[in-house]
Design a protein around this ligand. Structure first.
Ligand code: GUN
Length: 303
């Protein structure tokens, strides 16, 4: 009996139900560093030409520890790129009216090219009101309905940073993704929904799946490109993935051990996928680089 089990296990590993190959790891950290360096040079050139230094205002409401880390990283990245950052850290109990007044003030401040309100916000503040109060021409997060609408009609202005970062990573693979079937898992306004329009602009055929989608593994199995943005550690299984597919993991989940991990079972999936992003070091660094790029673009628009 024992021998029999051992033999069948060996047979399984010698003849797995999918071809064993090792994916190319997409190095988001390196791509982001290159982009940040090119932004730093462009900012330096602006200053040498007597132009204004770009400025980004970041508003962090309250003391959410994860948001504090994200905001600190954004601030540091600005400094390194030569972009001025203006930090505002109102307490968690700030009224919505006071927060909107601060945004109006920043809308009218000529030193400020970009305004970013770190999400999530405390429950008593309406996220839509906040996003819609940011002037669309300073909305470097690309969350304002005007900017989302522009992306949707294929005439983008500011594109949301994470989906934009994913597109840039897809470009670095050099793979022709024209006509590819893409499955996005997650329908958030920040990632899932805008990602569909990023992929449509690349002539892919995007499908947004979510927690109510039927037979998610079967849907993913059809996909040449999988973008995982659900926020569940290791949720996407290797045997759901089509051999050779491009797998982009947007998840940033902190395990109890403190370790960061994505939405994809990376160790197993990298033996099936053609290309895959790691966590950390994949999509995460691209989000900040794209934020800097949007801020530089805003400064150029406002020269
Ligand atoms: N919270 C999580 N991601 C983001 C982001 O890209 N921008 C903002 N403003 N808040 C976030």
């Amino acid at each position: 009996m024992f021998m029999h089990m051992r033999e069948s296990a060996l047979t399984y590993f010698e003849n797995p139900p999918y071809p064993i190959m090792s994916a190319q790891i997409i190095d988001g950290k390196a791509v982001a560093e290159n982009l940040r360096e090119s932004i730093r040079q462009a900012v330096e050139e602006r200053i040498n030409n007597g132009l204004r230094r770009p400025g980004l205002a970041v508003i962090l409401v309250g003391d959410n520890p994860a948001s504090q880390v994200y905001v600190r990283n954004k601030k540091l990245a600005c400094e390194k790129a030569g972009i001025t950052s203006f930090e505002h850290t109102p307490p968690a109990d700030i009224s919505e009216a006071d927060l909107l007044a601060l945004i109006h003030e920043l809308n009218n401040d000529d030193r400020v090219d970009g305004i970013l309100v770190q999400l999530p916000l405390p429950a008593h503040i309406d996220e839509e009101s906040v996003i819609e109060t940011i002037s669309p021409d300073k909305d470097v997060d690309g969350f304002h309905p005007y900017n989302i609408g522009r992306l949707m009609i294929g005439k983008p202005t500011f594109r949301p940073c994470t989906p934009q970062g994913v597109t840039r990573l897809l470009e670095t693979t050099g793979v022709d993704i024209t006509g590819n079937d893409a499955v996005i898992v997650g329908r958030s306004n920040i990632v899932g929904r805008p990602m569909a329009f990023e992929l449509l602009a690349k002539d892919c055929t995007p499908k947004i799946c979510h927690s109510r989608s039927k037979d998610l593994p079967a849907q993913i199995k059809q996909a040449d490109i999988v973008v995982a943005a659900i926020g569940k550690p290791g949720f996407i299984q290797a045997h759901w993935i089509k051999p050779g597919a491009i797998v982009i993991d947007v998840g940033i989940n902190r395990l109890e051990s403190g370790k960061l991990t994505g939405d994809v079972d990376f160790e197993a999936a990298k033996e099936v996928a053609g290309y895959i992003t790691p966590v950390p070091g994949g999509v995460g660094p691209m989000t900040i680089a794209c934020l800097l790029e949007n801020t530089l673009e805003s400064a150029r628009n406002r020269d």
